[in-house]
Each structure stands twice: as C-alpha cells, then as structure tokens.
Design a protein around this ligand. Structure first.
Ligand SMILES: [Mg+2]
Ligand SMILES: [Zn+2]
Length: 186
C-alpha cells in the first residue's frame, strides 16, 4: 500500500492559525482535485497534523472531529473521498511530546497500522518541519508546497547555510495539485 501523507493547514486547507470552528474550514483551490486524482491512482490519504491549539486550550478536543467532518464534506463536493486517517499531535511544543512534527512518529505509526510501504509513499507540507518529518520517517519523497507558509519557508531555506539533509525537500511545487500532477506524470 502506498500513501500520500498530507500536512493539513496550509497544504489541504487555508491556514487560519487555529481552526477551532468547522465554519473556518476552507479548502485550498485544487486540493480536492489533487486528493481525488491520488486516490484514483491508488494512494491512501493520511492527514498528518500538529494541532497544538488543543494543548494550548484554544481548540476543544471534541470539536476537531467536527472540523474534519466538514473537511470531508467539502472534499466530497469536489469528487474526493474522505482521508483514510488523521494522525494528530495535540500537544503544545512545551510538552515535549514524542509525536509533534518534525518527529516522524505520526507517519511511522500510521504506516504500521495501515500496512503502508513508506518507500513508495510521499509526504507533502508547507513547512520544512513537514519535509523533515517525511524524510525521517523514510518516505520515498518529501515535497514542500508554496501555499500556506510555503513561500516563506522556501525563502528561509534558501538563506539557511548548510541545511541538514532532512530539511531539504525533494521538490518545491506551487500547490498540492501540482505535486500530484507531477507525480502522476501529466
Ligand atoms: Mg501546515
Ligand atoms: Zn505530540
């Protein structure tokens, strides 16, 4: 089984810093089409997301599933199926947990649970920490997108001297749809 691991905020939906209400969920143009194309090509979709707003008390934990149901409604309206799973780090950074990206645990756990071949899988996100998470987990490819924080991250990376290998994406694309189109070769 191959998977497309997707960061959520800034990659699939518009980043509103803390989405604590389903009404704040809005897909990035082309994201649903990208997910639908990947699903038709046999990729499982796993959302891999740091939601520190839970640990900080800004996002009520019981609202998160409602936010994801809203995301699924919006995806279905554009022909995509719901993701196969949501891998969530609910911790604030100061909790120093073992799952917050760039740590690879969320991806590694999902791979075990769902029988995913990581070397055939792809991680996509709008931050260098997403790229690093994918690389440390052993994903075949880890890509940065310029949506969300991506353009800024790309610029920061360009001015970083001797970035660690795990920070350097295998490619930078304008958005998720461009990633999927390039991967599927059209
Ligand atoms: Mg993001
Ligand atoms: Zn965590």
């Amino acid at each position: 089984m191959k998977a497309l691991f997707l960061d959520r905020d800034g990659t699939v939906n518009i980043d509103r810093v803390y989405i604590n209400d389903p009404r704040l969920m809005e897909l990035i143009p082309g994201a649903a089409e990208a997910i639908a194309l990947a699903q038709r090509a046999g990729y499982r979709i796993h959302i891999v997301t740091n939601q520190s707003g839970i640990g900080r008390g800004i996002i009520p934990p019981d609202v998160l599933p409602l936010i994801h149901r809203r995301m699924e409604e919006l995806l279905r309206l554009e022909g995509a199926e719901a993701p196969d799973s949501y891998e969530i780090c609910p911790h604030a950074p100061r909790e120093q947990c073992q799952c917050r990206k760039p740590l690879p645990k969320l991806i590694l756990d999902a791979a075990l649970r769902h029988g995913i071949d990581l070397s055939a899988s792809i991680m996509v996100g709008d931050k260098v920490t997403d790229v690093e998470c994918g690389k440390r987990a052993g994903c075949g490819k880890s890509y940065l997108v310029r949506t969300g924080a991506g353009s800024k991250e790309e610029a920061l990376l360009r001015f970083t001297q001797n970035p660690r290998a795990e920070m350097v994406p295998d490619g930078v694309f304008n958005d998720l749809l461009a990633v999927v189109q390039a991967e599927l070769g059209d």
